[in-house]
Design a protein around this ligand. Structure first.
Ligand SMILES: Cc1cc2nc3c(=O)[nH]c(=O)nc-3n(C[C@H](O)[C@H](O)[C@H](O)COP(=O)(O)OP(=O)(O)OC[C@H]3O[C@@H](n4cnc5c(N)ncnc54)[C@H](O)[C@@H]3O)c2cc1C
Ligand code: SF4
Length: 634
């Protein structure tokens, strides 16, 4: 067992998007940076992840990446994993409430928090790569829509769209975003004069084009349920900004269109943060992997060091410990692991509520974009399972006066057929499930005839039926804005991991405001399906713990939500140190040399996937850190 003491200018915990960008920017300026990363380091051979994915029985987002979730077909007890993480296999079904199966302790939570993340240098590389900007009113929900929100107050951010706009441009350059500015001018979004995204947009898929034609002409009567405040007589399907190369960019290849963006792009045409992390280490950042930060140390009101534990094997045990000392400290460990670390930091009882927590807001207001997923069959083929997972969306209905009453949503069009939507995971994703159904006379997909009449096919019958069905599959996702709720919370569990550290305990529910948003998304689904003349196969699994019922147009409807992977809100930004954890620069109100970065600082979440915004905020925070370092040195 070794005891290590390391000194640097800036100590960072976590090498995901936020940590990697801050490290790289600072290293370029000659700042001495050290990153502690709980997971294994950047793997020299990306193909090793691909091999693990090919061989995995359950093809979930986590499959390619360590640590293993399953051993001999059974879930590994997270108390035997050194740096664990949630898995899509344990955020629903029977296992979500059982801490001996699920990493997150949700044993007393009313509903499941369904999002996951990774423990790997580079953070959550299994992201989809979608990078829409937040729209101006997302930053001013109280000012714009606060009057009607007595029961579900949504605060303003301490910054506005204009403040973040230049950093969006820089983040888009770093991530390599492909999109068309002309299509992004909805919901009052502005761009600097002559701005162009780094790459042209991805071409729309056949399905995108089919939906575009279907919703181009609508009547005011058909769209009144949206509550946009003005007649809507047509909707535009536009290209979805994404960090995915539509042409070669910064020594990476153009997308080859094989629909594998989640969990892994085999050719790194989709940006992932190992790219920036490698740049940072080339620029002088030191990355210490297999190193779990377990306590932030305080001297008076300043952070004086971070203790960490090292391990060798993913099942533990601890192999050593160390202390990292710096002038400035940045915690970039994501919306669940950052509050966990802050709450674990008790300083021998001097900070019983953890560090940076004088407001008691650390861990509170956990949010996601609960996703309503719908799937169906079109009358004519669109040949899915080709192209990136998403190439187009409908964004223009994500803002409007309805936001004083209900949550907003976007419409995201999928190109991957029914992959991951049908079956129980037992048979893998589609088209596998449908194929097995037709070969064996089963009906997990719902496509093999009415109940009791499923057929077992072979030869030309099988080929023809498969071609007919699989080519007409489609899915649509409706990511819904979630309102902040202080009772939705990350605290510390009595269940521990293999390093004997308390795991995160989650309390999570969705508010009436959010549920109303899901209900309107359901109506939007019905409108689109009707226009497409599609057969609806959307179904809620029996006993779904995320399920809830709403009365819509006089009928009781079964609804549910999935996780978007967006972990937000748990150390919110604000002007008032009594109601927020960090200021507009993501600096702790309590400790002047501590920055908490990532989407945990979002006071509200709009409907945009968070990574572009958290990257832009991280780039902005670098400016403040550099100023701080200059003051110390002068
Ligand atoms: C399936 C899926 C799809 C997604 N798709 C999109 C998308 O299309 N668009 C989008 O904007 N977002 C998407 N996301 C969300 C996106 O992945 C996150 O917003 C992003 O990864 C957050 O970056 P981060 O740097 O804050 O945290 P992370 O990427 O989670 O990185 C945090 C790092 O900190 C390390 N760490 C944690 N605790 C400690 C500790 N105590 N000591 C040392 N190291 C520690 C972790 O191991 C990890 O490497 C998706 C997520 C999922 C799960
Ligand atoms: S479609 Fe294939 S090549 Fe393109 S980004 Fe997705 S995984 Fe990578």
């Amino acid at each position: 067992m070794t005891d290590t003491s390391i000194r640097c200018d800036v100590a960072i915990v976590g090498s995901g998007f936020a940590g990697s960008f801050i490290a790289n920017e600072l290293s370029k300026q000659g700042v001495k940076v050290v990153i502690l990363e709980a997971g294994p380091g950047v793997q020299p051979n990306f193909n090793a992840f691909m091999k693990t994915f090919y061989e995995a029985n359950a093809k979930v987002p986590e499959s390619p990446y360590p640590p293993a979730v399953l051993a001999r077909g059974k879930l590994i007890d997270p108390k035997n994993v050194a740096a664990g993480r949630p898995s899509a296999l344990t955020t629903g079904g029977h296992s979500w409430k059982d801490p001996s199966q699920a990493y997150l302790d949700q044993s007393t939570s009313p509903r499941p928090f369904k999002s996951t993340y990774e423990r790997l240098a580079g953070g959550t590389s299994h992201w989809m790569g979608l990078t829409p900007r937040m729209v101006p009113n997302d930053f001013r929900m109280k000012t714009a829509y606060g009057k009607g929100q007595a029961n579900f107050p949504l605060p303003d951010w301490p910054i506005d769209y204009q403040t973040i706009e230049p950093f969006y441009e820089r983040a888009e350059a770093e991530l390599g975003v492909a999109a068309d500015v002309a299509e992004q001018h909805f919901a009052n979004m502005t761009f600097s004069a002559g701005y162009a995204y780094p790459m042209p947009k991805m071409p729309p898929s056949l399905f995108d084009q089919r939906v575009a034609a279907a919703v181009a002409h609508l009547t005011d009567d058909q769209t009144r349920f949206l509550g946009m405040g003005a007649p809507i007589t047509g909707l535009k399907v536009v290209s979805q900004p994404a960090a995915r190369n539509s042409q070669p960019y910064r020594n990476r290849r153009a997308c080859a269109g094989n629909t594998n963006c989640i969990p892994i792009c085999p050719i790194q045409a989709k940006y992932d943060p190992t790219i920036t992390l490698n740049e940072a280490t080339n620029n002088g950042t030191r990355l210490i992997d297999h190193a779990v930060a377990n306590e932030i140390l305080l001297q008076n009101d300043r952070v004086s060091g971070i203790n960490f534990i090292t391990y060798g094997h993913e099942g533990g045990p601890k192999t050593g410990s160390g202390r990292l000392e710096a002038t400035v400290y940045v915690i970039a460990a994501n919306g669940i692991e950052t509050p966990r670390l802050l709450l674990m930091s008790k300083n021998g009882g001097r900070t019983p509520n953890g560090v940076a927590n004088s407001s008691d807001m650390v861990g509170r207001n956990l949010m996601d974009h609960p996703q309503y997923l719908a799937w169906g069959l079109l009358p004519k083929p669109v040949f899915p399972y080709r192209g990136p997972l998403v190439t187009s969306s409908i964004g223009e209905i994500c803002d409007g006066p309805f936001r004083s009453q209900r949550a907003a949503f976007r419409v995201s069009l999928g190109n991957e057929g029914w992959n991951s939507l049908v079956g129980s995971g037992q048979f893998g994703p589609d088209p596998h499930v449908t194929t097995l159904d037709l070969v064996n006379g089963m009906n997990c997909s719902g496509l093999n005839g009415p109940s009791g009449k499923s057929r077992a096919l072979f030869g030309n019958d099988l080929k023809g039926t498969l071609n007919n069905l699989v080519t007409r599959q489609f899915r649509i996702a409706f990511p819904v804005e979630q309102s902040p709720d202080p009772n939705n919370r990350v605290t510390l569990s009595t269940s521990v991991d293999a390093l004997n550290l308390p795991r995160p305990k989650i309390n999570y529910d969705i508010s009436e405001y959010t549920r109303r948003g899901v209900a309107i998304a359901f109506q939007m689904k019905n409108l689109i399906f009707k226009q497409l003349q599609a057969v609806d196969f959307t179904a809620r699994a029996p006993g779904d713990p995320a399920g809830f019922d709403e009365t819509i147009e006089g009928k009781q409807v079964q609804l549910t939500y999935g996780g978007a992977g967006h972990v937000m809100g748990t150390y919110r930004m604000g002007l008032d140190s009594k109601t927020s954890v960090v200021d507009a620069w993501q600096r702790s109100h309590d400790h002047p040399n501590l920055y908490l970065v990532g989407s945990g600082t979002f006071p509200t979440v709009g409907t945009s996937n968070p990574t572009l915004t958290l990257t832009a905020l991280a780039l902005r925070t670098v400016q403040d850190i550099v100023l701080k370092l200059r003051v110390v040195k002068s």
